[in-house]
Design a protein around this ligand. Structure first.
Ligand code: CAA
Length: 257
């Protein structure tokens, strides 16, 4: 299957999705959304894929939602169609999704990176929510996910002034997990994805689900949820294999059973 706005490459159990609208700095239009939903649906169902890396170009991960596509929309169009609602499906992808960010990650681009499980960035990466400069506010989760990631002070600063944050500031603030050299970006992200894809898929997916629950509920409910998932993993062959391998001082061979 070929896509108009995305490139797909697989390396073993890792899929690499590259946003591919260079003429628009990977601005996220409705075709990108349709194609991302379809592709992630296929990768979700593919037992041969254990983790996914999402990246852009050296100049831009994505410079936001497509302003040219949005410009002429009216309130009734966006309200009745629940514009941007479909992007939440990306956040609901159940396998690990790593954002490899170089250059601009602005508006919807920053929001898309934040829908991923963690962000690996180059020193050139720039994050921001410049929607205020266009007379609107973030609409794909910026006011919510950014606030949870970096706290109120920086989220307010970015959303109200529209300024950009460089990779260093984003890492210190907790938005970025790792900063790497430009030429190492994809290798580092793929290496992380390969490592994750080598673990038990059920444990990996439950770890993701459980961390995400921390943003949705109280501590006591979250702890109970985590514990129940932990208990359930004792029903897997991979738990037996992982613990036996530790005791036998050998590498575990997980079978995703
Ligand atoms: N939508 C549509 N096209 C975009 C775009 C966007 N978000 N960002 C860049 N482009 C296009 C430009 O229009 C330009 O196309 P043309 O050559 O046809 O004019 C091309 O990409 C290259 O961009 P620039 O010439 O502007 O490149 P630059 O290096 O001078 O500037 C930039 C780079 C600072 C990122 C600048 O392009 C910019 O400010 N882009 C818009 C950023 C933005 O406001 N993002 C938020 C969008 S709204 C949103 O995302 C809502 C939400 O919550 C989801």
């Amino acid at each position: 299957m070929t896509y108009e706005t995305l490139l797909l490459e697989t390396r073993g159990r890792v899929a690499i999705i590259t946003l591919n609208r260079p003429q628009a700095l990977n601005a996220l239009n409705s075709t990108v959304l349709i194609e991302m939903r379809q592709l992630l649906g296929e990768l979700q169902a593919d037992a041969g894929i254990g983790a996914v890396v999402l990246t852009g170009s050296e100049k831009a991960f994505a410079a936001g939602a497509d302003i040219k596509e949005m410009q002429s929309l009216e309130f009734v169009d966006v309200f009745l169609g629940d514009f941007f609602c479909g992007w939440e499906e990306i956040a609901g992808f159940r396998k690990p999704l790593i954002a490899a960010v170089s250059g601009f990650a602005l508006g919807g681009g920053c929001e898309l990176a934040m829908m991923c499980d963690f962000i690996i960035a180059t020193k050139t990466a720039k994050f921001g929510q410049p929607e205020i400069t266009l007379g609107v506010i973030p609409g794909m989760g910026g006011t919510q996910r950014l606030t949870r990631a970096v706290g109120k002070a920086k989220a307010m600063d970015l959303c109200l002034t529209g300024r950009m944050m460089d990779a260093q500031e984003a890492e210190s603030a907790g938005l970025v997990a790792r900063i790497v050299d430009q030429e190492r970006l994809l290798e580092e992200a793929v290496a992380a994805a390969e490592k994750i894809a080598g673990f038990s898929q059920a444990a990996v997916m439950m770890a993701k689900e459980s961390v995400n629950r921390a943003f949705e509920q109280t501590l006591s409910e979250g702890l109970r949820f985590e514990r129940r998932l932990f208990h359930s993993l004792f029903a897997t062959e991979d738990q037996k294999e992982g613990m036996a391998a530790f005791i036998d001082k050998r590498k575990p061979a997980f079978k995703n059973r």
